[in-house]
Design a protein around this ligand. Structure first.
Ligand SMILES: Nc1ncnc2c1ncn2[C@@H]1O[C@H](COP(=O)(O)OP(=O)(O)OP(=O)(O)O)[C@@H](O)[C@H]1O
Length: 264
């Protein structure tokens, strides 16, 4: 049964899952993806737990977006397995994975420019399977939690780039994901917008209990949000662990940062 949890504070009101069977872990093992002659992913193992924010980083072309596509079902695997709480979803379509709580965002935000911000988020909730009244409540709850209520009546096409990015996240959140895969949400944002985005990403885990896998080049956003990092180079994992450890790892410095050290 679907229930609505509204804490007394009125904050973080969010619809809970259908039957208390929310998967607690997104896991991938041995992910392998090939494009013609290019091996884009070569045996990647990765886990994200609910409530955890994991950064997936690496140099250009290292396989980060391909990894998100592999997890969300947008690309065929040449090998490996994806599971949601130990349920094998490797052969599931993106839509079926989304219904099971695995949602991804894309680098280019897809909002309905002429619709209001509220209607955009409500439309996403409807698309996620809620009825009209529940979708409206869900949209209001998500906008409140992300601090976007003041933009509710504005046309989505008329808000700033940073707010548009956050509306994109709100739309993803309205589908009640348990795991959210974010593809470069800070790309093209200015400093103030990136800082606001850090709060938004943190709240996905803290208030909504989502597991978040974040692909992001902006190291300030990565270091400001992630408890754990996973580093790819040429389709392979070169390091994984706490951000400060990863930042000191010589393989990471060599592969990803040239001779520069990672800085936040
Ligand atoms: N559809 C495709 N067809 C052919 N090759 C592809 C395709 N998609 C990705 N690749 C190749 O796979 C490799 C990994 O690409 P991917 O986009 O996953 O890297 P990335 O780490 O996300 O890069 P960036 O940081 O630049 O976004 C690259 O060599 C890329 O050229």
């Amino acid at each position: 049964m679907t229930t609505t949890a509204v804490p007394p504070s009125g904050q973080a009101a969010v619809l809970t899952d259908r039957a208390g069977t929310a998967p607690a872990r997104l896991a991938a093992s041995g992910l392998r993806v090939q494009f013609a002659g290019v091996v884009a992913l070569d045996g990647v193992d990765l886990t994200v737990d609910r409530g955890e924010i994991v950064g997936l980083i690496g140099p250009n072309g290292s396989g980060k977006t391909t990894c998100l596509n592999a997890l969300s079902g947008f690309v065929s695997l040449a090998g490996g397995r994806v599971s949601l709480d130990e349920r094998d979803v490797t052969r599931w379509s993106p839509a079926r994975r989304a219904r099971a709580g695995l949602t991804r965002t894309f680098q280019s935000v897809r909002v309905f420019a002429d619709l209001s911000v509220s209607d955009n988020v409500e439309a996403a909730a409807l698309g996620g399977g809620l009825g009209r009244r529940a979708a409206r409540r869900q949209a209001a709850a998500v906008l409140t939690s992300l601090g976007l209520t003041h933009l509710g009546d504005r046309a989505a096409g008329a808000v700033s780039a940073g707010d548009e990015r956050r509306v994109g996240i709100a739309r993803a959140l309205a589908t009640r994901p348990r795991f959210l895969l974010l593809d470069e949400p800070a790309a093209g944002l200015n400093d103030a917008e990136s800082i606001r985005l850090i709060d938004t990403i943190r709240s996905l885990a803290r208030e909504f209990g989502c597991g978040v896998l974040l692909v992001e080049h902006d190291m300030r956003v990565v270091m400001g949000t992630c408890a754990r990092l996973h580093v790819l180079d040429s389709g392979r994992t070169v390091a994984a662990g706490a951000p400060d450890e990863v930042a000191r790892d010589p393989d990471v410095i060599a592969a990803y940062f040239g001779n520069e050290e990672v800085s936040s």
